[in-house]
Design a protein around this ligand. Structure first.
Ligand SMILES: Nc1ncnc2c1ncn2[C@@H]1O[C@H](COP(=O)(O)OP(=O)(O)OP(=O)(O)O)[C@@H](O)[C@H]1O
Ligand SMILES: [Mg+2]
Length: 486
């Protein structure tokens, strides 16, 4: 007796269709799983067997072969438990086999028969919809996430409930696709808390409007990290497609909140400086997305930039340029999107004294050289805005807070629509200034293009339809200031 269920395996962020076939034959009772199943998948044997018993269903006393097809694709994780159990139950005719048509299934089983959520349900649901399958049986906790893909989720708490549904004895509740509504304001940090630092605030606004990479350098304790953490609060919201894209990534990484699965605000990722290359660019089994991908369409914040391992910093150069990361796998390549905005903060020397008029730098030449060595020219070249942040004056610190984020955000959104909607050309004067700058400064081809982009952003924020000399001059002032040269 043979029965078949459909599920999906993840390759990177992509769902591949997998058919789970169960075949019952006469012979010594037992269960074999074939079809390039990994360890977690092989362990499904024990979970499936226990949960079928716990659901008071019958374990067929036959020789059972479960085949996961296509056999060439590696199957990882525990999401195959539920489809395997359903295929065995269908093959032993414990519910009508044809009820499974137009259903896909995904979920882990607990020994007591409960259905547990797994990562990547959104991608699996999208895969099902693309294949013309209209319903997805999944854990109740994953139902709102599955509904985002436009399939009808069949939320299941227990294997017995799924079988009840397939026998036509039980109607699962309808699930509404999740909309989160507005983000509660208390979760967002506000720029009004930052006193003084006008130049750094301006750079932050430019970074938000144009999606530029930003480096804040200066003495300790002056609000660099504080400013950087307030960037998401002034960024424009994600549109529906972007929100789904970001949600899919976080779903595969198992980071979605159950109550609010749809991610509508731009991600802000701040990995610790001890992070490995794999943690940043992704990899490992699965392979799993790294911080650079989790920051897609949002911000990757590297606090204390020179403390990061050099290979980690170098590994970011390619995604910064291309906006995606390719992880090579035996069965092909997984491509992870990584179009993030890089924001970094650093002191200007190991002791933190440089750049502070009131303090002396006590670093030795060797330490300074090692510090400079960490940050390659190639990496620094990728920052469009480099700001040397000074220690605020006493009057600034005792004064009131700055402009609140909502006001800044309004300008940012307006400038973004101008940047995408209208043509902004350079004036002849600005063109000549840019040419002179290429001659005088060490400005690479990339550097030139980046200065030009920042100048467009400055013009757009000013409501101008041409890039004037003053816009270009301001943009040039953000290119690797002299204070930074060690
Ligand atoms: N300009 C400022 N306005 C208001 N508060 C500030 C300002 N600068 C510093 N602070 C206060 O000091 C704390 C430390 O600031 P922050 O962590 O941003 O410093 P930092 O520049 O990142 O220093 P480090 O280089 O040591 O990381 C903040 O949490 C805040 O309470
Ligand atoms: Mg800091």
């Amino acid at each position: 007796m043979l029965a078949r269920t459909v599920t999906h395996a993840l390759v990177g962020l992509e769902a591949r269709r997998v058919e789970v076939e169960a075949h019952l034959q006469n012979g010594v009772p037992g269960l074999a799983i074939v079809g390039l199943a990994d360890r977690a998948c092989q362990e499904a044997k024990h979970r499936v067997r226990s949960s079928i018993a716990s659901a008071e269903l019958e374990w067929p006393q036959r020789r059972i072969t479960v085949n996961l097809a296509p056999a060439g694709l590696r199957k990882e994780g525990s999401g195959f438990d539920l489809p395997i159990a359903l295929a065995i139950l269908a093959a032993s005719r414990q519910f009508p086999v044809d009820r499974l048509a137009s259903h896909a299934a995904i979920g882990e089983l607990a020994l007591d028969g409960r259905v547990r959520p797994v990562a990547g349900v959104l991608a699996a649901a999208e895969g099902a919809r693309r294949a013309g399958i209209s319903r997805l049986v999944c854990a109740a906790e994953s139902a709102a996430e599955a509904a985002l893909a436009g399939v009808e989720p069949i939320p299941a708490r227990h294997l017995a409930e799924v079988v009840g549904y397939l026998r036509g004895e039980y109607d699962p509740p309808a699930v509404e696709p999740a909309t989160n509504g507005a983000v509660p304001p208390e979760t967002q940090l506000d720029l009004k808390d930052v006193r003084g630092q006008e130049r750094a605030r301006r750079a932050l606004e430019l970074a938000a409007a144009g999606g530029h990479n930003l480096l804040l350098a200066g003495p300790p304790g002056i609000g660099k990290s504080m400013l950087a953490r307030r960037l998401p609060g002034i960024l424009p919201p994600l549109d529906r497609d972007e929100a789904l894209e970001v949600t899919r990534i976080h779903s595969v990484a198992g980071l979605l909140s159950r109550e609010r699965p749809l991610i509508e605000i731009r991600p802000f990722r701040a990995p610790h400086h001890s992070a490995s290359v794999a943690a940043i660019v992704g990899g490992g089994s699965g392979p799993r997305p790294g911080e650079a991908t989790l920051a897609h369409r949002g911000v990757l914040f590297l606090d204390e930039l020179p403390e990061f391992h050099r290979p980690v910093l170098e590994s970011l150069r390619q995604p910064l340029e291309d906006g995606f990361i390719t992880v090579a796998r035996a069965e092909g390549r997984a491509v992870f999107p990584s179009r993030f905005q890089l924001v970094a903060s650093m002191n200007m020397c190991p002791c933190g004294g440089r750049g502070d008029a009131g303090a002396d730098c006590r670093c030795s030449q060797q330490r300074l050289a090692a510090f400079a060595e960490k940050l390659s020219r190639a990496l620094l070249d990728r920052f469009d805005l480099v700001v040397a942040v000074p220690r605020p004056r006493a009057a600034e610190l005792s004064g009131g807070g700055g402009e609140p984020s909502v006001a800044v955000r309004e300008r940012v959104i307006e400038a973004r629509s101008r940047l995408t909607g209208t043509q902004i050309d350079r004036s002849p004067g600005a063109g000549a200034l840019l040419d002179r700058a290429v001659e005088r400064l060490p400005l690479s081809g990339r550097g030139r293009a980046r200065v030009a982009r920042v100048a467009r952003t400055i013009a757009a924020l000013a409501g101008s339809t041409v890039v004037d000399e003053e816009h270009l001059a301001e943009a040039l002032a953000y290119r690797s200031p002299k204070e930074l040269a060690v």
